[in-house]
Design a protein around this ligand. Sequence first.
Ligand code: GAR
Length: 209
Amino acid sequence: MLKIVVCVSGGGTNLQAIIDGIREKKIENTEIVGVISNNKNAYALERAKLAGVEGICISPKDYEDREQFHQAFLARIEQWNPDLIVLAGFLVAIPDQMIEKYENRIINIHPSLIPSFCGVGYYGLKVHEGALKRGVRITGATVHFVDKGTDTGPIILQKAVEVRQQDTPKELQQRVMEEAEWVILPQAINLIAAGKVTVKENKVCIINH
Ligand code: GAR
């Protein structure tokens, strides 16, 4: 059984896609052992509660400095002892110490086709604003392993989504979520749970894919 911790900051629709994926057996052999939010008002925590999953808030605001926040965050993750950490709309930088400890065991969903519209400053709606401003015809989403850079880790899955002429950033965000994020994030977890994902020389290899 793959034990996962899901880290969230907001609405938690990607968390919901994981909860539903497990329930509908699209994700097999996987259990969510905990949810961490940096924001106590995140609706994602409500989703965790409704699903009967333990959800807690660890906010930088409750600690004197970043170092203390990182320690508390890491300590809580270690109590759950997960096999995989899933960043599902988690908008806080992961401490280097944690990335070293969980090498190739942290994944992130990003709402664009990396390497477009990613890196520092590209998160949430800003990604879609950037895509519309540039006038791309195709965007999408990416699931990747987390390394010490911002959105630079090995890519596991990507899915393309059409951009429509009249799209607002919010409309595009919604379509990218529905057509790509909620599809490839559960798929990636299922592949990892099945032991089908390996990383070699910074590239992902998926068995029988
Ligand atoms: C999602 O679109 C996710 O891809 C994005 O935040 C949103 C969270 O929505 N993540 C990033 O931009 C990370 N750089 P959700 O809380 O409804 O899952």
